[in-house]
Design a protein around this ligand. Structure first.
Ligand SMILES: [Zn+2]
Length: 263
Protein backbone atom coordinates (compact mmCIF):
# COMPACT_ATOMS: atom_id res chain seq x y z
CA UNK A 1 0.00 0.00 0.00
CA UNK A 2 1.35 3.38 -1.03
CA UNK A 3 1.07 6.76 0.68
CA UNK A 4 0.93 9.49 -1.96
CA UNK A 5 2.28 12.50 -0.08
CA UNK A 6 1.57 15.04 -2.85
CA UNK A 7 -1.26 15.00 -5.41
CA UNK A 8 -3.63 17.45 -7.11
CA UNK A 9 -6.83 15.47 -7.64
CA UNK A 10 -8.94 18.58 -8.27
CA UNK A 11 -7.11 19.10 -11.59
CA UNK A 12 -9.53 19.01 -14.54
CA UNK A 13 -7.21 16.65 -16.41
CA UNK A 14 -8.59 13.71 -14.39
CA UNK A 15 -12.07 14.40 -15.76
CA UNK A 16 -10.74 14.55 -19.30
CA UNK A 17 -8.67 11.37 -19.13
CA UNK A 18 -10.53 8.95 -16.85
CA UNK A 19 -14.06 7.70 -17.26
CA UNK A 20 -15.97 8.88 -14.21
CA UNK A 21 -13.26 11.48 -13.49
CA UNK A 22 -11.21 11.68 -10.32
CA UNK A 23 -13.95 10.06 -8.21
CA UNK A 24 -14.03 6.79 -10.12
CA UNK A 25 -10.23 6.73 -10.18
CA UNK A 26 -9.92 7.42 -6.43
CA UNK A 27 -12.49 4.74 -5.55
CA UNK A 28 -10.41 2.20 -7.45
CA UNK A 29 -7.09 3.37 -5.97
CA UNK A 30 -8.26 3.37 -2.35
CA UNK A 31 -9.78 -0.09 -2.82
CA UNK A 32 -6.50 -1.61 -3.99
CA UNK A 33 -3.16 0.11 -3.80
CA UNK A 34 -3.30 3.33 -1.86
CA UNK A 35 -3.46 3.77 1.91
CA UNK A 36 -3.51 7.61 2.01
CA UNK A 37 -3.23 10.70 -0.19
CA UNK A 38 -2.41 14.32 0.62
CA UNK A 39 -4.42 16.47 -1.79
CA UNK A 40 -2.37 19.67 -2.16
CA UNK A 41 -3.82 23.07 -3.05
CA UNK A 42 -1.95 25.71 -5.06
CA UNK A 43 -4.45 28.55 -4.44
CA UNK A 44 -7.28 29.35 -2.03
CA UNK A 45 -9.83 28.15 -4.59
CA UNK A 46 -7.96 24.89 -5.20
CA UNK A 47 -7.49 24.36 -1.46
CA UNK A 48 -11.27 24.57 -1.04
CA UNK A 49 -11.67 21.98 -3.79
CA UNK A 50 -9.14 19.76 -1.97
CA UNK A 51 -11.20 20.04 1.22
CA UNK A 52 -14.44 19.13 -0.56
CA UNK A 53 -12.80 16.15 -2.25
CA UNK A 54 -11.11 14.90 0.93
CA UNK A 55 -14.43 14.91 2.80
CA UNK A 56 -15.55 12.01 0.57
CA UNK A 57 -12.59 9.71 1.30
CA UNK A 58 -11.59 8.44 4.70
CA UNK A 59 -7.86 8.49 3.88
CA UNK A 60 -7.56 11.64 1.83
CA UNK A 61 -6.09 14.65 3.62
CA UNK A 62 -5.40 18.24 2.63
CA UNK A 63 -2.54 20.69 2.37
CA UNK A 64 -3.91 24.21 1.94
CA UNK A 65 -1.77 27.03 0.63
CA UNK A 66 -0.73 29.38 -2.15
CA UNK A 67 1.86 28.27 -4.73
CA UNK A 68 4.40 30.93 -5.80
CA UNK A 69 2.93 30.96 -9.32
CA UNK A 70 -0.51 31.83 -7.86
CA UNK A 71 0.82 34.36 -5.35
CA UNK A 72 0.00 37.38 -7.53
CA UNK A 73 -3.62 36.32 -8.07
CA UNK A 74 -4.93 36.12 -4.50
CA UNK A 75 -5.57 39.82 -3.84
CA UNK A 76 -3.44 41.62 -1.28
CA UNK A 77 -1.20 39.78 1.11
CA UNK A 78 -3.65 40.52 3.92
CA UNK A 79 -6.66 39.25 1.98
CA UNK A 80 -4.81 36.04 1.16
CA UNK A 81 -3.75 35.54 4.78
CA UNK A 82 -7.30 36.01 6.04
CA UNK A 83 -8.71 33.57 3.45
CA UNK A 84 -6.06 31.00 4.33
CA UNK A 85 -6.60 31.38 8.08
CA UNK A 86 -10.35 30.93 7.51
CA UNK A 87 -9.59 27.43 6.20
CA UNK A 88 -7.01 26.67 8.90
CA UNK A 89 -9.32 27.72 11.73
CA UNK A 90 -11.31 24.59 10.89
CA UNK A 91 -8.22 22.49 10.17
CA UNK A 92 -9.57 19.37 11.84
CA UNK A 93 -12.96 19.45 10.15
CA UNK A 94 -11.29 20.34 6.83
CA UNK A 95 -8.75 17.49 7.27
CA UNK A 96 -5.87 19.95 6.78
CA UNK A 97 -2.60 18.36 7.90
CA UNK A 98 -0.15 20.83 6.32
CA UNK A 99 0.24 24.26 4.78
CA UNK A 100 1.27 24.14 1.14
CA UNK A 101 2.39 24.17 -1.38
CA UNK A 102 4.46 27.28 -0.83
CA UNK A 103 7.93 28.35 -1.93
CA UNK A 104 9.78 29.83 -4.87
CA UNK A 105 9.47 29.06 -8.58
CA UNK A 106 12.35 30.60 -10.56
CA UNK A 107 11.76 28.27 -13.51
CA UNK A 108 8.45 29.71 -14.69
CA UNK A 109 9.13 32.92 -12.77
CA UNK A 110 5.56 33.98 -13.58
CA UNK A 111 5.17 36.01 -10.38
CA UNK A 112 7.67 38.73 -9.52
CA UNK A 113 10.14 37.55 -6.91
CA UNK A 114 9.20 40.16 -4.32
CA UNK A 115 5.61 38.89 -4.35
CA UNK A 116 6.76 35.25 -4.22
CA UNK A 117 8.87 36.08 -1.21
CA UNK A 118 6.14 38.02 0.59
CA UNK A 119 3.65 35.14 0.17
CA UNK A 120 6.21 32.50 1.17
CA UNK A 121 7.14 34.44 4.28
CA UNK A 122 3.53 35.17 5.25
CA UNK A 123 2.68 31.47 4.98
CA UNK A 124 5.71 30.38 7.02
CA UNK A 125 4.49 32.71 9.75
CA UNK A 126 0.96 31.32 9.52
CA UNK A 127 2.31 27.75 9.69
CA UNK A 128 4.25 28.64 12.82
CA UNK A 129 1.16 30.21 14.36
CA UNK A 130 -1.01 27.14 13.66
CA UNK A 131 1.73 24.63 14.45
CA UNK A 132 1.36 23.02 11.02
CA UNK A 133 4.09 21.48 8.85
CA UNK A 134 4.67 22.97 5.39
CA UNK A 135 5.02 21.55 1.88
CA UNK A 136 7.78 23.36 -0.03
CA UNK A 137 7.82 23.90 -3.78
CA UNK A 138 11.43 24.63 -4.78
CA UNK A 139 11.94 25.04 -8.51
CA UNK A 140 15.45 26.24 -9.38
CA UNK A 141 15.48 28.23 -6.15
CA UNK A 142 17.36 25.92 -3.79
CA UNK A 143 19.45 28.52 -1.99
CA UNK A 144 16.59 30.95 -1.40
CA UNK A 145 14.21 28.17 -0.25
CA UNK A 146 16.83 26.85 2.14
CA UNK A 147 17.53 30.33 3.55
CA UNK A 148 13.81 30.95 4.06
CA UNK A 149 13.12 27.74 5.96
CA UNK A 150 16.18 28.33 8.13
CA UNK A 151 14.66 31.63 9.24
CA UNK A 152 11.77 29.69 10.80
CA UNK A 153 13.44 27.06 12.98
CA UNK A 154 10.13 26.18 14.66
CA UNK A 155 8.55 25.16 11.35
CA UNK A 156 9.11 21.69 9.86
CA UNK A 157 8.03 20.28 6.57
CA UNK A 158 8.87 18.47 3.39
CA UNK A 159 10.64 19.53 0.19
CA UNK A 160 8.40 18.00 -2.45
CA UNK A 161 9.70 16.43 -5.69
CA UNK A 162 13.17 17.13 -4.37
CA UNK A 163 15.66 18.46 -6.91
CA UNK A 164 18.35 19.99 -4.69
CA UNK A 165 21.77 18.64 -3.78
CA UNK A 166 22.67 15.82 -1.40
CA UNK A 167 24.39 18.38 0.82
CA UNK A 168 21.26 20.50 1.13
CA UNK A 169 19.14 17.40 1.81
CA UNK A 170 21.51 16.48 4.65
CA UNK A 171 21.25 19.99 6.12
CA UNK A 172 17.44 19.88 5.92
CA UNK A 173 17.29 16.45 7.54
CA UNK A 174 19.52 17.71 10.34
CA UNK A 175 16.87 20.37 10.97
CA UNK A 176 14.01 17.85 11.11
CA UNK A 177 12.83 18.17 7.50
CA UNK A 178 11.68 15.38 5.17
CA UNK A 179 12.59 14.80 1.51
CA UNK A 180 9.99 13.62 -1.00
CA UNK A 181 10.73 11.97 -4.35
CA UNK A 182 8.40 11.94 -7.35
CA UNK A 183 8.39 10.09 -10.68
CA UNK A 184 11.32 12.26 -11.75
CA UNK A 185 13.62 9.79 -9.96
CA UNK A 186 12.69 7.17 -12.61
CA UNK A 187 13.51 9.35 -15.63
CA UNK A 188 16.35 8.06 -17.80
CA UNK A 189 18.29 11.32 -17.54
CA UNK A 190 17.82 11.65 -13.77
CA UNK A 191 21.09 10.05 -12.61
CA UNK A 192 21.71 13.05 -10.39
CA UNK A 193 18.35 12.74 -8.61
CA UNK A 194 18.98 9.02 -8.04
CA UNK A 195 22.39 9.80 -6.55
CA UNK A 196 20.75 12.30 -4.19
CA UNK A 197 18.03 9.75 -3.31
CA UNK A 198 20.73 7.26 -2.38
CA UNK A 199 22.11 9.74 0.13
CA UNK A 200 18.77 10.26 1.88
CA UNK A 201 18.14 7.82 4.77
CA UNK A 202 14.99 5.72 4.24
CA UNK A 203 13.38 7.02 7.42
CA UNK A 204 13.53 10.61 6.10
CA UNK A 205 11.87 9.92 2.77
CA UNK A 206 8.36 10.26 1.33
CA UNK A 207 7.13 9.28 -2.12
CA UNK A 208 4.63 11.26 -4.18
CA UNK A 209 3.09 11.57 -7.61
CA UNK A 210 2.51 15.35 -7.94
CA UNK A 211 -0.24 14.04 -10.23
CA UNK A 212 -1.47 14.81 -12.83
CA UNK A 213 2.15 15.89 -13.48
CA UNK A 214 5.45 13.97 -13.47
CA UNK A 215 4.29 10.46 -14.40
CA UNK A 216 7.15 7.99 -13.87
CA UNK A 217 8.95 6.09 -16.62
CA UNK A 218 7.60 4.17 -18.62
CA UNK A 219 4.49 6.37 -18.39
CA UNK A 220 6.31 9.68 -18.70
CA UNK A 221 4.10 12.34 -20.31
CA UNK A 222 0.83 10.55 -19.48
CA UNK A 223 -1.67 11.74 -16.91
CA UNK A 224 -0.10 10.65 -13.62
CA UNK A 225 -2.06 9.10 -10.72
CA UNK A 226 -1.31 7.38 -7.42
CA UNK A 227 -1.57 3.95 -9.06
CA UNK A 228 1.77 4.63 -10.77
CA UNK A 229 3.68 5.09 -7.50
CA UNK A 230 4.97 1.53 -7.77
CA UNK A 231 7.44 2.63 -10.47
CA UNK A 232 8.83 5.38 -8.25
CA UNK A 233 9.04 3.00 -5.28
CA UNK A 234 10.77 0.34 -7.39
CA UNK A 235 13.46 2.79 -8.53
CA UNK A 236 14.05 4.03 -4.98
CA UNK A 237 14.23 0.38 -3.91
CA UNK A 238 16.93 -0.34 -6.51
CA UNK A 239 18.86 2.70 -5.37
CA UNK A 240 18.75 1.60 -1.72
CA UNK A 241 19.04 -2.16 -2.25
CA UNK A 242 15.57 -3.00 -0.91
CA UNK A 243 12.30 -3.96 -2.59
CA UNK A 244 9.72 -1.49 -3.86
CA UNK A 245 7.30 -2.94 -1.27
CA UNK A 246 9.74 -2.05 1.50
CA UNK A 247 9.94 1.51 0.16
CA UNK A 248 6.13 1.66 0.10
CA UNK A 249 5.84 0.44 3.70
CA UNK A 250 8.59 2.68 5.11
CA UNK A 251 7.51 5.86 3.29
CA UNK A 252 3.87 5.28 4.31
CA UNK A 253 4.94 5.00 7.96
CA UNK A 254 7.13 8.10 7.61
CA UNK A 255 4.38 10.24 6.11
CA UNK A 256 1.66 9.03 8.47
CA UNK A 257 3.90 9.74 11.46
CA UNK A 258 4.99 13.12 10.18
CA UNK A 259 1.51 14.40 9.32
CA UNK A 260 -0.10 12.79 12.39
CA UNK A 261 -2.33 10.47 10.36
CA UNK A 262 -3.58 7.12 11.69
CA UNK A 263 -3.48 4.51 8.94
ZN1 LIG B 1 2.39 19.98 -6.66
Amino acid sequence: MYFDSHAHYYDSRFCDEFEGGANALLNKLFAKKICAIINVGDSIKASKKCIAQASAYKNMYVAAGIHPSCAGKEGTLDEARIALCDLLDDAEKNKIVALGEIGFDYHYDDTDRETQKAFFEMQMRVAEMYGLPVVIHDREAHGDCFDMVCEYPNVRGVFHSYSGSAEMAAELIKRGWMISFSGVVTFKNAERVRAVAKSVPLDKMFIETDCPYLAPHPHRGECNHSGLLEFTAATLGEVHGVTGEEIARITAENAAGFFGIKL
